[in-house]
Write a protein that binds this ligand. Structure first.
Ligand SMILES: NC(=O)c1ccc[n+]([C@@H]2O[C@H](COP(=O)([O-])OP(=O)(O)OC[C@H]3O[C@@H](n4cnc5c(N)ncnc54)[C@H](O)[C@@H]3O)[C@@H](O)[C@H]2O)c1
Length: 342
């Protein structure tokens, strides 16, 4: 982008659960942006973009969408199995690209994207690890990097969703890569970030199906546990659940030689604590979006700033590829029952 005042012309592909939220933020809540185009094979989703967001250029076909010459950047919120090919097509069409997490479900796809991005260093390619933009995680990481807890050596991190009795994610499971690639990939990226990007060596995982037997058909579980060993002695423990009774509870503990930090404990929705004859309690977060709404805004602002040349990104495609590599080893261990080399 040349002039500081010029608005980045963004197109979005995918208007499902998360895509609609990103599209609304791009249309109404992100500075220096104009949402100029949207792509979805689903007519009702294109109607939403036209009627609710005022987007005029609507595409059913991704290949036609990506060739739109009046678009500087694209935001991909499509099924994970499409990310690599679509990201490569976007880069080859000369667009900056934001890719929802995870980057891809296998290393060959990650490496294909990295190779094309490496040839086009003037274009931004960013993967949406939204927790890196959450104010509490940003502050915790800065404290750890500043030496506040001494040498960090252990991360315990969980992503736990409230149970969805409709089992949306059971239908989603065949294309999501399973609970670790879909949910724990956030915790994996956080662990690497908090521990200073150590190399992962080995992973072990196990899991159970507590409420959703349909997951067995694709080898998935609704509650999974994993341990990862890193070079230099650091360790991480991950827990992912689809079946919490109370609400969405993402929390992370990072333990160091001189202290520890805890982010997000108890899933508190606000700062009100009610005390009465029934006990002491607070309201609970409903879902990931409620928890990370501010972070989603900051994440998109960071992408736009990078595209405009206003601020560089610290989150790299290599980080995203490493998260996939670790997630894959964990998933292999879930299936084999044995520790797996990362
Ligand atoms: N950062 C987070 O916390 C977070 C949360 C949820 C989902 N995600 C990621 O976002 C992505 C989408 O997830 P979702 O839950 O919104 O899924 P979804 O199934 O609700 O939406 C997928 C969308 O992609 C569209 N689509 C399908 N094929 C397409 C194509 N060829 N071209 C263009 N659009 C196409 C669908 O019509 C739909 O609009 C996934 O990669 C997921 O991992 C990230």
């Amino acid at each position: 982008m040349s002039a500081a005042t010029a608005r980045l012309r963004v197109g979005i592909a995918g208007l499902g659960r998360l895509g609609k939220r990103h599209a609304e933020a791009l249309a109404f809540g992100t500075r220096h942006v104009e949402l100029v185009a949207a792509c979805s094979p689903v007519e009702a989703e294109r109607d939403f973009a036209r009627d609710s967001l005022g987007v005029e250029r609507l595409y059913a076909d991704f290949d036609v969408f990506i060739a739109d010459p009046d678009m500087d950047a694209v935001v991909l919120v499509t099924p994970t199995s499409l990310h690599a090919d679509q990201a490569i097509a976007a880069l080859r069409a000369g667009k900056h690209v934001f890719i929802e997490k995870p980057l891809a479900l296998n290393m060959a796809d990650c490496e294909r994207v990295l190779a094309v991005a490496a040839e086009r260093l003037d274009q931004v390619a960013m993967v949406g690890f939204v927790r890196r933009f959450d104010p509490s995680y940003v502050s915790a990481q800065a404290s750890v990097a500043g030496g506040e807890i001494g040498r960090p050596f252990l991360v315990r991190s969980q992503t736990c969703d409230r149970n969805d009795p409709d089992g949306f994610f059971v239908r989603f499971a065949p294309s999501s890569g399973g609970i670790f690639m879909d949910c724990s990939v956030h915790d994996i990226d956080l662990a690497r970030w908090l521990l200073g990007r150590p190399k992962a060596l080995r992973a072990f995982a196990t899991g159970t199906i507590a409420l959703h037997p349909g997951l067995a058909d694709c080898g998935d579980v609704d509650n999974g546990l994993a341990i990862v060993e890193f070079e230099g002695g650091a360790r991480a423990v991950f827990y992912a659940s689809r079946t919490m009774a109370h609400g969405h509870e993402t929390s992370t503990e990072v333990i160091g030689t001189a202290g520890k930090l805890l982010v997000g404990e108890h899933a508190a929705r606000d700062r009100i604590v009610r005390s009465d004859a029934h006990g002491v309690r607070h309201a609970v977060l409903a879902d990931f979006h409620e928890r990370f709404q501010a972070a989603f805004g900051a994440e998109m602002a960071a992408f736009v700033a990078a595209c405009r040349g206003d601020a560089p990104l610290t989150l790299t495609l290599t980080d995203a590829a490493e998260a996939t590599r670790i997630g894959l080893a964990i998933t292999r261990s879930l299936h084999s029952g044995m520790p797996e080399v990362v």
